[in-house]
Design a protein around this ligand. Structure first.
Ligand code: ADP
Ligand code: TRP
Length: 329
C-alpha cells in the first residue's frame, strides 16, 4: 500500500484488570519491552483500561489496577523516552474510530470470537462491551498505524479481526489503514497457573510476583502436584512446579533440578521452595522498583500523562484521514 512505514511501529496493550501476573510478564511485558529496545523500532505500549470496564465497574479498583499495571511495565524497564506509554482512556479518539470500524465488520463474524465465548463462560457480567471488545482492540491498533503487534496466542484471533476490518475499510475507501502483523513470542506456549491450566486473572490461579514474600509463598505453595513420595523418582515434564521453574530459571539450574527429579532426590515441597527463591532472586530489582512506584504514584501518573499527549497527536492525524474518507470533514 502507499503508506509505507520504513521502521516497525510496534504496539501492544495490556488490560488493567489486576496486577500483571507471571503469565502477563513472560508472555507480554518482557517480549514487548525487548521489541521496543530494538533500534529503529518505534513503540507504543498502553494500558487498556477501557477494555477493563467490561469486567470492572468500580472506579477505585480501575484506578488502582491502572497504577499497578503501569508500575509493572515501568519496573520491567519500559523506557518512556523511546516508547509512547499511555492510558487508552486518555485517547477518546479510539472510541470514535471503534464506532466507524464496527460499521464495517459483520455482526455474525463477531459472534465467532473465541475470547468472547471463553469469557462468557467464566464471567457473570456478560455485557455487550465484552462482545464489542475486538472492535475496540482493532481501533487501538489501527489508530496508530501500527504494523507489528506482539501478543500471546490467545490474542491471535483479535489480530485477524483487526486485519480483516482494515482490509474491508481499505477495499471500500482505498488505502487508509496499515494492516498489522501479530508477533508471537518464540516460546508461544502459555505460562501455566497454580492449577496447571493457563495462568489467568479470571481463573484464580495466578502468581503475582509483586506481592510481599508471605503472599507470594502462599501462591507458590498452592501449585498443584501429584501425590508421589519424596524419595520416589518423578517425571519433571508432568510437574507444574518444574514447568514454571523452567520458564524463570537458567538452563544450568533447570538441568540440576531435572536430575534431582529423576533420581527421587527432591520432594514437591522443596521444589516449590526452590521455585519461590528463584522468583524472588530473578525479579528482585523489579519487585523493589514496583513498590517504590506504588508509593510514589505521582511519578507514574506523570509518565502516563506525557505519553498520552504524544499518543493523542498521532491518533488525531490518523483519525482525520479516516474522517476525510468517510465524508465527515
Ligand atoms: P488474563 O488472561 O490474565 O486476563 P490478559 O487477557 O489481560 O490476561 O492478557 C494480557 C497479555 O498477557 C496478553 O498478551 C496475553 O496473551 C498474555 N498472557 C496472558 N496470560 C498468559 C499466560 N498464561 N501465558 C502467556 N501469556 C499470557
Ligand atoms: N486484548 C488484549 C489482552 O487482553 C489487550 C489489548 C487491548 C491489546 N487492545 C490491544 C493488545 C491492542 C494488543 C493491541 O491482552
Amino acid at each position: 500500500m502507499s503508506k509505507t512505514i520504513q521502521m516497525a511501529r510496534v504496539l501492544t496493550g495490556i488490560q488493567s484488570t489486576g496486577v500483571p501476573h507471571l503469565g502477563n510478564i513472560l508472555g507480554a511485558i518482557i517480549p514487548a519491552i525487548k521489541k521496543s529496545q530494538i533500534k529503529g523500532n518505534e513503540s507504543f505500549l498502553f494500558i487498556a483500561d477501557l477494555h477493563s470496564l467490561t469486567q470492572i465497574k468500580n472506579s477505585d479498583e480501575l484506578k488502582k489496577n491502572t497504577l499497578n499495571t503501569a508500575a509493572a511495565w515501568l519496573s520491567f524497564g519500559l523506557d518512556t523516552k523511546h516508547t509512547v506509554f499511555y492510558k487508552q482512556s486518555d485517547i477518546p479518539e479510539v472510541t470514535e474510530l471503534a464506532w466507524y470500524l464496527s460499521c464495517f465488520y459483520p455482526y455474525q463474524r463477531l459472534t465467532l470470537s473465541h475470547s468472547f465465548k471463553d469469557k462468557s463462560q467464566n464471567l457473570k457480567d456478560i455485557n455487550s462491551g465484552l462482545f464489542y471488545y475486538p472492535v475496540l482492540m482493532a481501533a487501538d491498533i489501527l489508530l496508530y498505524d501500527a504494523n507489528i503487534v506482539p501478543v500471546g496466542k490467545d490474542q491471535l484471533q483479535h489480530l485477524e479481526i483487526t486485519r480483516n476490518i482494515a482490509s474491508r475499510f481499505n477495499n471500500h475507501f482505498g488505502d487508509t489503514f496499515i494492516t498489522p502483523k501479530p508477533e508471537l513470542e518464540q516460546n508461544s506456549s502459555y505460562v501455566i497457573g497454580t492449577d496447571g491450566n493457563k495462568m489467568s486473572k479470571s481463573k484464580n490461579n495466578i502468581i503475582n510476583i509483586f506481592q510481599d514474600d508471605n503472599l507470594l509463598k502462599k501462591q507458590v505453595m498452592k501449585i498443584k502436584t501429584e501425590s508421589i513420595a519424596i524419595d520416589e523418582p518423578k517425571n519433571p515434564k508432568n510437574c507444574n512446579v518444574f514447568k514454571i521453574y523452567s520458564l524463570v530459571a537458567n538452563e544450568k539450574d533447570i538441568n540440576i533440578l531435572k536430575k534431582r527429579y529423576s533420581s527421587g532426590d527432591v520432594g514437591f515441597g522443596e521444589a516449590k521452595e526452590i521455585l519461590l527463591n528463584e522468583i524472588k532472586n530473578k525479579f528482585k530489582i523489579q519487585r523493589d522498583k514496583f513498590n517504590f512506584l506504588i508509593s510514589n504514584s505521582e511519578l507514574v501518573e506523570k509518565e502516563l500523562e506525557s505519553g498520552s499527549k504524544k499518543a493523542r497527536d498521532f491518533a488525531n492525524k490518523v483519525l482525520k484521514r479516516v474522517r476525510l474518507k468517510l465524508g465527515y470533514i
